[in-house]
Design a protein around this ligand. Structure first.
Ligand SMILES: NC(=O)c1ccc[n+]([C@@H]2O[C@H](COP(=O)([O-])OP(=O)(O)OC[C@H]3O[C@@H](n4cnc5c(N)ncnc54)[C@H](OP(=O)(O)O)[C@@H]3O)[C@@H](O)[C@H]2O)c1
Length: 382
């Protein structure tokens, strides 16, 4: 199977390469696509020997000139990433760029009818209806890479969609699950990024700390599994061993369990029929001991309250929810605003934007731009 890896230089991209290298006889890389991390790309190109390397930032591509292994082509810009995602010889595309910047190339892969391993949840949050409709029209298969959604996919396999009464995503609660909310105003980006169970990129780690990640995942689940908001819920599970559960009308609940390591859902996305070894440690429940669950505290995690309104609303609200979060998350990481201001800024922006259905990608970008502009204004007043 020949792959294009979008976001190859990130945490998911590197874990995917780890799984691919365990199965060299099954997988080869057509293209590795990164954004700015030229040094990481050289390392990965030496490991994988793709046919093509693309850096979406042209300045980063310049740094690679003459430094890639012999025979590896080099290209630059988002159009080159889109071409690599829709190239005819490619069987599968891993969509793991971060943020809504990942939408054009992932959508191109879907429109080219590829098997798409989807890590980039922001694609579905901003354009879920358009994305899933395109997959249907072009015969693309969208397989979740997010661990919770991969778990749901497994618990749904072979069952009747209409007999599902509830999908329950688990959430670790992040690094501040037990911290006194009064002290959260002063936490640093370093503290927020230090996730207790998962080793992830900076943006998603902060999203985990605010629980915006879980909120985005609920919207992602809505589109991936074609489920109404009232059937979607989340529960805190500090050990991150149970990744999700599906409840059926007869009262049965099917859960998927594994050690928290993204190589497991990635291996599943690469080959869901004939399971692959992934390199993750085997689960030893006797050693794990307790598996605990508790309600999500919406006072402590207001993102989980906001998402209920977003899911009840129209598409433009979800676009604003995501765009405002991307800007506020980055502002926190750049120490421009405090931790609690992330979700407060998102809430302010939601109160200013229109609540309308969205039919085209151009409209997605127009609502996205407007929400980013409003968020910058809100942040400037913080
Ligand atoms: N990490 C996880 O465990 C995990 C789990 C579930 C879902 N996800 C989702 O997977 C996606 C990737 O997460 P990650 O943790 O791998 O993030 P990450 O480590 O920050 O990597 C992000 C990737 O996106 C590229 N990128 C950044 N900005 C870009 C832009 N403007 N245009 C094009 N490419 C850009 C980066 O390139 P450079 O580094 O070269 O600049 C890098 O390859 C996110 O949507 C996240 O929510 C991640």
């Amino acid at each position: 199977m020949k792959l294009t890896l979008l976001g190859a230089t990130g945490s998911i991209g590197r874990s995917t390469i780890d799984v691919m290298l365990q199965h060299r006889e099954l997988f080869s890389a057509y293209a590795l696509v990164g954004h700015q991390n030229a040094e990481k790309m050289i390392e990965l190109a030496e490991l994988v020997h793709p046919e093509l390397v693309v850096m979406t930032d042209p300045d980063a591509a310049l740094k690679l000139k003459g430094r890639l292994p012999t025979g590896v082509q080099l290209d630059a810009g988002m159009d080159a990433a889109i071409a690599a995602a829709s190239e005819s010889s490619v069987d599968m595309v891993l969509a793991a760029m971060v943020g809504s910047a990942g939408l054009p190339a992932a959508l191109a892969a879907v429109r080219a009818g590829k098997r798409v391993g989807l890590a980039n949840k922001e694609c579905l949050v901003t354009a879920g209806r358009i994305f899933m409709q395109a997959a249907h029209e072009h015969g693309a298969t969208v397989v979740p890479v997010d661990s919770e959604h991969a778990a749901v996919h497994q618990a749904l396999a072979g069952h009747d969609h209409d007999s599902v009464t509830r999908i329950i995503l688990t959430a670790s609660g992040g690094p501040f699950r037990n911290r006194d909310p009064e002290t959260l105003h002063h936490v640093t980006p370093e503290e927020a990024i230090a996730h207790p169970n998962w080793d992830m990129g900076a943006k998603i780690s902060v999203d985990s700390a605010t629980m915006m990640n879980k909120a985005l995942e609920l919207i992602e689940a809505r589109w991936l599994f074609d489920m109404p908001p009232e059937k979607l819920s989340a529960i805190i599970h500090p050990q991150s061993i149970v990744h999700a559960m599906v409840e059926y009308r007869d009262g049965s609940v099917l859960a998927q369990l594994a050690e928290p390591d993204m190589r497991s859902p990635i291996a599943y996305a690469l080959q869901s029929k004939h399971r692959l070894t992934s390199g993750i440690p085997k689960l030893d429940l006797a050693k794990t001991g307790r598996l605990e669950f508790q309600e999500v505290d919406k006072q402590r995690f207001p993102a989980m309250r906001l998402v209920q309104d977003v899911m009840k609303g129209k598409d433009s609200l979800a676009i604003a929810f995501n765009a405002a979060n991307e800007i506020a998350n980055e502002a926190f990481r750049n120490r421009k605003i405090g931790f609690m201001k992330i979700v407060e800024s998102v809430e302010s922006v939601l109160s200013m934007v229109e609540n309308l259905p969205v039919e085209t990608v151009d409209d997605v970008w127009s609502y996205d731009r407007e929400a980013r502009r409003l968020t910058e204004e809100v942040i400037a007043k913080c």
